[in-house]
Design a protein around this ligand. Sequence first.
Ligand SMILES: Cc1cc2nc3c(=O)[nH]c(=O)nc-3n(C[C@H](O)[C@H](O)[C@H](O)COP(=O)(O)OP(=O)(O)OC[C@H]3O[C@@H](n4cnc5c(N)ncnc54)[C@H](O)[C@@H]3O)c2cc1C
Length: 464
Amino acid sequence: MREESFDVIVIGSGFAGLRAALSARQQGADVLVLEKMRTVGGNSVISDGGMAAAGTSFQKHLGIEDSPSLMAKDILRAGGEGCREELVRIVAEESVKAFAWAKDVLGVPFRKEVELFGGHSVPRSHSPEGLPSGRPYIKRMEERCEEQGVDIRKAHYVKRFLADKDRMSGVECAPSYRFNAPPPETVTRFLAKRGIVVASGGFAADIPYRRLFDKRLDVSIDTTNKASATGEILRAAKDVGAALSGMEDVQLAPWTSPEEAGFGDGPLFADYVALPLGILVGKDSAERFVNELADRRIVAEAILAREEEVVAIADHEALTSINRDIGKALAKHVVRKYPDLAVLAKEEGIPEDELLQTVRRFNKFVGEKNDRDFQKPLTNENRPIATPPFYAMRIRPKTHHTMGGLAIDAKARVLNERGQPIKGLYAAGEACGGIHGISRLGSVAITDCLVFGEIAGKSAAQAA
Ligand SMILES: Cc1cc2nc3c(=O)[nH]c(=O)nc-3n(C[C@H](O)[C@H](O)[C@H](O)COP(=O)(O)OP(=O)(O)OC[C@H]3O[C@@H](n4cnc5c(N)ncnc54)[C@H](O)[C@@H]3O)c2cc1C
């Protein structure tokens, strides 16, 4: 059997894996990244690239007062008891440094606007210029890995961990892997002299695995993730004694369309325009039923509890104030444009009088800056839904993020069932549990991946 040896082995080439690889390399380690797919980037590269950071110069320039303690408070409020406070505080406290690394070291060009996502107290989500995408980060991270001599092997499927007494010493890997085919029998052993970093991402696309933890998540629920977001590494880590936490906490996106597959183009309208500035209504009742800016779990559960379809509605003023191009979603008819609300109601099958009444009531709340029905935060950004044309999109939640995963400590060491670190094993990113609890706030995953990626790479490289 072929065998090769490195100081540090990283499993996965998304935000967490590439950040860990660069961090370990900076410590002088020789680093191997194993990626099962033929391209790097995992879910990271298809993400929107929005990154939360508290106290940036961009926020200060816009007069937004923020702090790591407020960010930690928001994460803890949404995530509840499933959050390990120590880990949450690290993410929040390191967020500005991680953002500065992305901006200044990687050179990701960020928009000057800072956005407010559901569950955050203030605008703190920073997005790359152009269409929302994680690609600018991944492209630059891959280039830096190349410049710095990090060895990235694609189509290498990690099957299991190898142990030497009580220390994880390497992995068994099937090279020449083709996605969706059984992994080849022939394996290569990669040995890690210092440490292995698990950065294999989440399992939102792994229907049998996610159903073990939440029976509702069967094939009828689509996912925003790449089909490769599966849980074999979590299973393999459990086999060698790693503890998993929060596995039942699977996030459903409350801004996806049943009229297109996967993440699609609709979220650009629903997430960025309709939820903050418009409304969600039941298709049969025409009623609002939730604070559209509550965290994702609250909104998604409220949608699933309706015995009717749900439609997101916003007007032209909302769309222009957000300054996002929803042309693709309109061209696909996932988002539809109407000259007035009566036509919108007729075409979408919503009772007209009831819809007009709902909109009038919401507009009154906007004028008073007080949503008496659902306590949606209404600010100067919110305007009455009154300026044609009007836009509508059907909403059906899809699995989006898995908050559960490997239990880690503040040094990103993977813990066993007794809460003790497993020697030689580290983890970062969506493969970990315990940070986001029952509900991850939008744009905090990238921060988490970059912060804990750096810590995991450093810890692994410095291990004896
Ligand atoms: C459509 C979409 C939009 C999003 N937008 C945002 C956003 O704007 N802001 C935000 O904060 N979060 C966002 N998220 C969430 C965020 O992108 C993810 O949580 C994050 O990218 C996870 O990064 P990661 O490095 O942990 O995993 P990934 O990026 O998924 O990388 C894991 C890698 O490990 C590889 N791998 C898995 N198993 C094996 C194996 N057995 N052997 C070898 N390799 C393996 C995978 O192929 C993959 O490439 C979004 C998610 C999606 C799906």
